[in-house]
Design a binder for this molecule. Structure first.
Ligand SMILES: NC(=O)c1ccc[n+]([C@@H]2O[C@H](COP(=O)([O-])OP(=O)(O)OC[C@H]3O[C@@H](n4cnc5c(N)ncnc54)[C@H](OP(=O)(O)O)[C@@H]3O)[C@@H](O)[C@H]2O)c1
Length: 248
């Protein structure tokens, strides 16, 4: 697909991967609106990228999502690309941690990583369908395919995003072929989310470049960095892939 002349909404774009996307491939030649919760982070991002709209919104709140879509319609002339990026990850040990704490955090993660993504997609689709060429881009993870021990709920939300993206793609391919449903499956990336852990991290800038390349090539699933190795390995030798990813 073409990457310019779009009205783009990026969730969770005040930092990390989405900010890199907004800075380069999706920021250039488009009208961009970016949301996040923390006003200070949003202000810093606005100062760094003055041409973009920054809008405070919490992806886990339906009323904020309705507001985002209304602003896109009123101030950007609609919406042609929705990037569902906002996500949270926190480790949990179901056998050692307090169950109430685990449950509260699980609800928050599911509300942000999964229900918010599904809700915003549902609200945005009527706008996206009006454009000759539109896309929903869901940001997921290699952990959707091969989970790790330390973050069961996070891995479960990403696996659900993977299945949701695939099934929604089947729907739009048949009934709304102007709307592409894309899923970027990422390796470990060097952002706040992974601070102090992991190695061989990919930079957010490289992720943004690879996503843009995949979008331009019209790939439904965009495998970024080491995910290009993980996917065939998981197909050929799933128990080896599980052993490698388990302690990640
Ligand atoms: N980093 C990795 O290794 C990695 C690997 C695979 C996939 N991913 C996925 O990539 C996406 C981005 O991750 P990242 O590494 O860039 O994370 P990050 O650096 O922690 O940034 C996350 C962004 O999401 C925003 N956010 C969090 N909760 C939100 C909410 N409820 N409503 C609105 N905005 C919210 C944060 O801003 P506020 O806190 O101000 O709201 C921030 O701008 C996530 O979906 C993540 O699961 C990351």
């Amino acid at each position: 697909m073409r990457l310019t002349d779009h009205s783009v909404l990026i969730t969770g774009g005040s930092a990390g991967i989405a900010l890199a996307l907004a800075r380069e491939p999706l920021g250039r030649g488009n009208r961009d609106m970016v949301c996040g919760r923390d006003p200070e982070r949003l202000a810093a991002a606005r100062a760094a990228l003055p041409g973009l709209h920054f809008f405070p919104a919490d992806i886990s709140r339906d009323e904020d999502l309705r507001g985002l879509v209304a602003v896109a319609e009123a101030e950007m002339g609609g919406l042609s690309v929705l990037v569902n990026n906002a996500g949270v990850q926190r480790p949990h040990n179901f056998l050692a941690d307090d169950p109430e704490t685990v449950l509260l955090d699980a609800h928050r993660k599911i509300a942000t990583n999964l229900i918010g993504l599904i809700t915003l997609t549902a609200f945005a689709l009527p706008l996206l369908r009006r454009w000759p060429e539109a896309a929903v881009l869901n940001i997921s993870s290699g952990l959707a395919l091969v989970p790790k021990r330390s973050a069961p709920v996070y891995c479960a939300t990403k696996a659900a995003v993977h299945a949701f993206s695939t099934a929604l793609r089947y729907q739009t391919e048949r009934d709304a072929p102007n709307v592409s449903v894309l899923e970027a499956i990422l390796p470990i990336v060097d952002t706040e989310m992974t601070r102090g852990r992991g190695n061989r991290k990919t930079s957010p800038e490289r992720v943004a470049t690879e996503i843009a390349r995949g979008m331009a090539a019209g790939r439904g699933e965009i495998h970024v960095g080491l995910v290009k190795v993980l996917v065939p390995l998981n197909r050929a030798a799933p128990s080896l892939a599980a052993r490698i990813m388990r302690d990640g």
